[in-house]
Design a protein around this ligand. Structure first.
Ligand SMILES: Nc1nc2c(ncn2[C@@H]2O[C@H](COP(=O)(O)OP(=O)(O)OP(=O)(O)O)[C@@H](O)[C@H]2O)c(=O)[nH]1
Length: 393
């Protein structure tokens, strides 16, 4: 195989361009938008560099090498930036831009102004190897923060191999020989360029797509079961979670309780301070329910400013005490919001209890709702226990 085998250039062009289209399409779906766009740019630049060689190889233009190197290096930088974004890490834009500008200026200088092919190849390949090494380090360092660790490690391995190939390329740039490719008529390092480009476009990019797809599926699963504002389960997540708890309660004849929690005069809060403040207060309520309830209890954002909680193994007095803790904690946390320091925020809560082998969840929920209605009509800012006329305010 010759270094300038047009089949290889064509393969990199087609695979790189196809990857770029798929990655942009994935970004338009809204998942991992930034990393996908950077990886699309990396593949697009690889395709551009390869197609340029395919078209201009015969022209003998002194600009071909420097332009190829520039696209090549920009593509490697996009890879790194996309990978950092994927793991939610900061991009050290200044040092990266400085490295790129220096390398690109040097490669143009060594290609056009004061031609030195060996030094140009050394510079471009060693800079690309450094960028690849950083991509591998990012993947190795943060692979544990994301579920698909094996895939992230596989991409890291490809990046390390790629960095090794590029280091060899850099060495060849200086030494001017190809030690590994014995018998080749063309004693030229370009074969390594095609190997490294195929590694990233045909091997590493599909693995990255798999990573992004896994994250998309995780996000979809999460948004199907959780309320995006408060982080609490939505109704679907709630009913999936409480099914086994209710079954256990029935078998063991446990007494359980349902709380229906409604923030008082929420419309007034929205009207006076805006919806952003309303959303913040809803988040406060989500956090309060998370923190105050026990691990076995489950809360749900029932809709709007209404929440519901199942306390599967708790009788009326325990649930009532829990409701009071929720009311107190909610008011305390709202007072800590500067804009609301002078605006007392409160909640009304309806509580209903019963034995799970005598009542079902829907029945208790309706009773708790009726108790909430009584709490609202009694003046708000209170807990009402269904059937026990117990009112606290
Ligand atoms: N900011 C924000 N507001 C919401 C959201 N969902 C529902 N709301 C608002 O919540 C308000 C509920 O108003 P109402 O049902 O009249 O209840 P309220 O003002 O709390 O009155 P009481 O319950 O009787 O104390 C409506 O204005 C809705 O627009 C949300 O996700 N964010």
């Amino acid at each position: 195989m010759y270094f300038d085998d047009p089949t290889l250039m064509f393969a990199v062009t087609v695979v790189g361009a196809a990857n770029a289209v798929v990655l942009v399409w994935g970004a338009l779906l809204g998942a991992c938008r930034q990393p996908l766009l950077y990886w699309a740019a990396a593949n697009g630049l690889a395709a551009l560099a390869a197609s340029m060689v395919l078209i201009l190889a015969e022209s003998g233009s002194p600009w071909l090498g420097p332009l190829f190197n520039s696209f090549f290096l920009l593509g490697h930088a996009c890879w790194l930036v996309g990978t950092l974004h994927f793991f939610g890490r900061r991009v050290a834009a200044g040092p990266l831009a400085a490295l790129l500008i220096l390398s690109i200026v040097a490669t143009v200088w060594l290609g056009v102004v004061s031609p030195d092919r060996a030094l140009r190849i050394f510079l471009a390949a060693s800079t690309a190897a450094i960028l690849r090494l950083f991509s591998a380090i990012v993947l190795l360092r943060f692979s544990g923060t994301f579920g698909r660790r094996a895939v992230a490690l596989a991409v890291a391995l490809v990046m390390l191999i790629d960095a090794g190939v590029l280091a060899l390329h850099a060495h060849i740039g200086l030494a001017g020989v190809v030690p590994l490719i014995t018998g080749s008529e063309q004693n030229d390092p370009f074969i390594l360029t095609w190997i490294t480009m195929l590694l990233s476009t045909a091997v590493a990019t599909p693995l990255l797509m798999l990573l992004a797809l896994s994250r998309l599926l995780d996000d979809l699963k999460r948004s199907a079961h959780y309320d995006s504002l408060t982080g609490l389960p939505n109704r679907r997540g709630f009913f999936e979670r409480i099914g086994p708890l209710l079954e256990q309660g029935r078998r063991q004849g446990q007494t359980g309780s349902v709380l229906v929690v409604d923030i008082d005069r929420f419309k007034h809060l929205n009207d006076r301070f805006g919806h952003a403040m309303g959303d913040e207060v809803l988040c406060v309520m989500g956090a309060v329910l998370n923190d105050v309830l026990r691990g076995v209890d489950t809360a749900v954002r029932w809709g709007g400013e209404e929440f519901c909680a199942l306390l599967p193994d708790t009788g009326g007095s325990g649930a009532y005490a829990g409701a009071e803790r929720i009311r107190a904690e909610f008011s305390r946390r709202c007072r800590a919001i500067p804009a609301l320091a002078e605006v007392p925020m409160s909640v009304s809560i309806g509580v209903a209890s019963g034995r799970w082998n005598e009542v079902d969840f829907d029945t208790l929920q309706h009773r708790a709702d009726a108790a909430l209605y009584a709490a609202k009509h009694g003046g708000r800012d209170r807990t009402v226990l269904a059937g026990a006329e117990t009112v606290a305010c």
